[in-house]
Design a protein around this ligand. Structure first.
Ligand code: C5P
Length: 233
């Protein structure tokens, strides 16, 4: 697995997104994440435009529906030539296997497919009282991750604090994609369980997702380069 830093393009419009990317020198093409806000605002054309500029793209739309619907939606996303997409592991094995089928192009290639286990916004109380899941959070995360691995998925989104455990349960090649990354001197914002890029690099994280510490930095290009250098060591 190639380790890399993914920049979260959490911008509301095409203009803001492209003017952010315009700051990077011609030879520097960060791997980027497009989430629901930008995708729903601008539609699939923003994906094509960013791809045409030479960036790898993680399309973070977290699909969760019946297997046939997810399979057909994944086929559409695969045609956008993105590099990585995701779904909710809560959709269960049949949905995850259908997603893989939909993603696979006629030449046998496909984007990486990763699963969201439990959202980090779900706390222990909501897990027990609302979702009626009566085992500890860490156990459901690892069990959902194992189910994703057994269904043929490539990895999971998880906290950097869980990455090593996920690797232990699902294998060294199972990809860990980890948000919740902060420089030692950057603001936490709403993130609660954080790690520095340097520590993440030594803790089983394959792809770190970094948003505000780069997008809100005074010098975003320098912040990106700092994250890459710290993470890759
Ligand atoms: O700005 P910040 O570095 O916190 O951005 C992290 C990115 O990762 C955001 O796009 C956020 O939605 C996403 N994310 C997260 N925690 C998760 C899943 C996704 O922070 N559990």
């Amino acid at each position: 697995m190639i380790k890399d830093v993914i920049v979260a393009l959490d911008f509301p419009t095409r203009e803001e997104t492209l003017s952010f990317l315009d700051q990077f020198p011609a030879g520097s093409k960060p791997f980027v994440k497009i989430g629901m806000e930008l995708f729903y605002a601008e539609g699939p054309q923003i994906v094509r435009d960013i791809k045409a500029r030479g960036h790898k793209i993680f399309l973070d739309l977290k699909l969760h529906d019946i297997p046939n619907t997810v399979k057909r939606a994944m086929a559409v996303l695969s045609r956008l030539d993105v590099d990585m997409v995701n779904l909710h592991a809560a959709g269960a094995g049949e949905m995850m296997r259908a997603a893989l089928e939909g993603l696979t192009r006629s030449d046998g290639t496909r984007p990486l497919l990763i699963a969201v286990t439990q959202l980090t916004s779900t706390d222990a109380k909501a897990l027990k009282n609302e979702l009626l899941i009566d085992v500890p959070m860490a156990e459901t995360v690892l069990s959902y991750a194992k189910n994703a691995a057994d269904s043929g998925l490539d990895g999971v989104v998880c906290s950097p604090l869980e990455a090593a455990l996920v690797k232990e349960r699902c294998g060294a090649d199972f990809v860990t994609v980890t948000p919740g990354i902060r420089f030692a001197d950057s603001a936490a914002g709403d993130q609660k369980r954080m790690m520095t890029p340097e520590k993440a690099g030594k803790s089983g994280c394959d792809l770190i997702v970094v948003g505000r510490p780069i997008t809100q930095a005074e010098d975003p290009v320098a912040a990106y380069q700092r994250a890459v250098t710290d993470f890759l060591g």
